[in-house]
Design a binder for this molecule. Structure first.
Ligand code: ATP
Ligand code: MG
Length: 465
């Protein structure tokens, strides 16, 4: 096809024959007065038997397109009329700056081709009234139709922000020479305790006809095995936890950014945690300000997270604060969501809570040599009532101590033999943390529920679609 305009260099091509013009570039004024071809999906369509207004969307934005029967002719106008919501179409037209149009531009249609039609008998189910009923949240209907809901501007926005969060984590660690490292997802033992383990039947053997594997709850133990090889390592991978209780911040499959670093103490590990969270906030301001604003997120708040130091307080202090607020909590209890929510409601920036009681934490947490009732660990609690986004700390690193801690807990040694070996041969002080990527996304977007920031959420009730 002969084109009557010069291909500007901003056109990003998908292969040589498929030059695509993005709607965002049109809205940025790069094609004023030119005849162009746009590819996308019908977001809205209205009009009369003489003139049609159609909003075309692609992954970058939406533009109003207008077609008149007089200029298009009967057949083309009928084509235009029959392009129902979410049909995919190719439109040729002239870019016309127009202040009255949303986004300041209108495309005057010259021809239209329907690529993937929508049958009038089965119209696109996610209507504006279905969205209004959900009021920015998610109804069962929207969850059932998640595969189609992904196309709405709210979900598209969440997915773009999510992508920037993943990118920020990768660049933070890579810029500091961390090595990306992968652990198996089928494992033989628990990290976070047996109650949230997913069992999978796994090829019976003669010795073990009932053999089971488990889905990993964390990359950590396998990362510790590679710590003497790589010293600084990280991953972003799914973790699986059979969380029975339904909360706004738990998924059964979530994305876990974890790091492990040799020769580091609790304070240094917290500095990495603060660093990565601030990097995520900075990246969102650079890459996704418009998206955050479209979710009514205050950019000043995100800038405060990007620019502040995060205070570090001891568990004991937090318990006293909570008790002072009239919350019932006993020393030695882990903080559950209800307590973290109260505690963080008035925080203006994330806070680290350090030195939890030993009795609240599993064997791999290193006991504080200054007071054996505590372990050298930390949780990072996000403000605005969001609560824990990071859990980390120093690991029990000497062979003698790890054996004592495993026995003390009554945990069988056998599945952890490989882990014990990492101490038997040249153990060194080290530690790391795990950050819940979906939790960070939901906090920074201001979402009501963690489900809103992941394409296909998995929880105790739902594994479809
Ligand atoms: P919680 O007490 O909130 O259940 P946890 O202490 O069990 O979390 P960790 O084992 O410390 O969680 O995991 C590290 C991080 O992974 C947490 O700080 C959190 O951000 C995230 N995370 C843990 N469990 C889930 C889950 N079920 N869904 C989403 N994110 C999770
Ligand atoms: Mg934790």
């Amino acid at each position: 096809m002969k084109r009557d305009f010069q291909l500007p260099d901003i056109i990003r091509s998908i292969g040589e024959d498929m030059k695509t013009i993005w709607i965002s570039d049109v809205l940025n004024g790069k094609f004023d007065g030119q005849n162009i071809e746009l590819k996308g999906w019908v977001k809205r369509s209205r009009g009369s038997n003489k003139i049609r207004f159609l909003v075309l969307r692609d992954s970058t934005g939406a533009i109003q397109c207008v077609g008149k029967k007089d200029t298009l002719g009967e057949d083309a106008f009928e084509q235009l009329k029959s392009a129902l919501i979410e049909s995919s179409i190719i439109i040729n037209g002239m870019v016309n700056p127009d202040e009255r149009a949303d986004g300041g531009y209108e495309l005057v249609i010259q021809s239209v081709e329907i690529i993937g039609p929508v049958n009038p008998k089965t119209p696109f189910p996610i209507t504006e009234s279905a969205m209004a009923a959900a009021d920015g949240g998610e109804t069962e209907f929207l969850l059932d139709n998640r595969h189609l809901y992904l196309r709405t501007s709210r979900m598209t926005t969440m997915l773009k922000i999510r992508s920037s969060v993943f990118g920020a984590i990768h660049s933070y660690f890579r810029n500091q020479d961390f090595i990306e490292y992968q652990a198996p997802n089928f494992v033989a033992g628990a990290v976070e305790g047996g109650s949230t383990l997913f069992e999978v039947p796994y090829f019976p053997t003669e010795k073990n006809p009932e053999r089971k594997a488990y889905l990993t709850q964390s990359w950590q133990l396998y990362a510790e095995a590679a710590m003497p090889a790589l010293e600084r390592l990280y991953t972003i991978a799914p973790s699986f936890r059979a969380e029975k209780s339904r909360t706004r911040r738990h998924l059964t499959e979530f994305w876990h950014a974890e790091m492990e670093v040799a020769w580091a103490n609790n304070q240094e590990i917290m500095s990495y945690g603060e660093g990565v969270v601030r990097k995520i906030a900075t990246t969102l301001l650079e890459e996704r300000s418009a998206e955050l604003e479209s979710l009514d997120r205050d950019l000043e708040t995100i800038a405060r997270y990007a620019d502040s130091k995060f205070p570090r307080i001891r568990y004991d202090e937090a318990v006293e604060t909570l008790q002072g607020m009239g919350v019932e909590i006993e020393w030695g209890q882990d903080l559950d969501y209800s307590k973290e929510k109260v505690l963080t409601q008035d925080f203006d920036v994330p806070h680290f809570l350090t030195h939890y009681p030993k009795i609240a934490k599993p064997f791999y947490h290193r006991v504080d040599p200054d007071d054996e009732n505590y372990v050298l660990c930390h949780d990072l609690l996000a403000p605005e009532g969001y609560g824990e986004i990071i859990g980390g700390g120093e690991r029990t690193w000497s062979e003698e101590e790890i054996l004592a801690r495993i026995d003390e807990e009554g945990t069988p040694r056998e599945p952890y033999q490989f882990y014990i070996d990492t101490r038997t041969y040249g153990g060194v002080p080290h530690g790391g943390f795990g950050l819940g990527v979906d939790r960070v996304c939901s906090w920074l977007t201001g979402a009501d529920h963690i489900r809103e920031v992941i394409p296909f959420p998995r929880d105790s009730r739902r594994i479809t679609p």
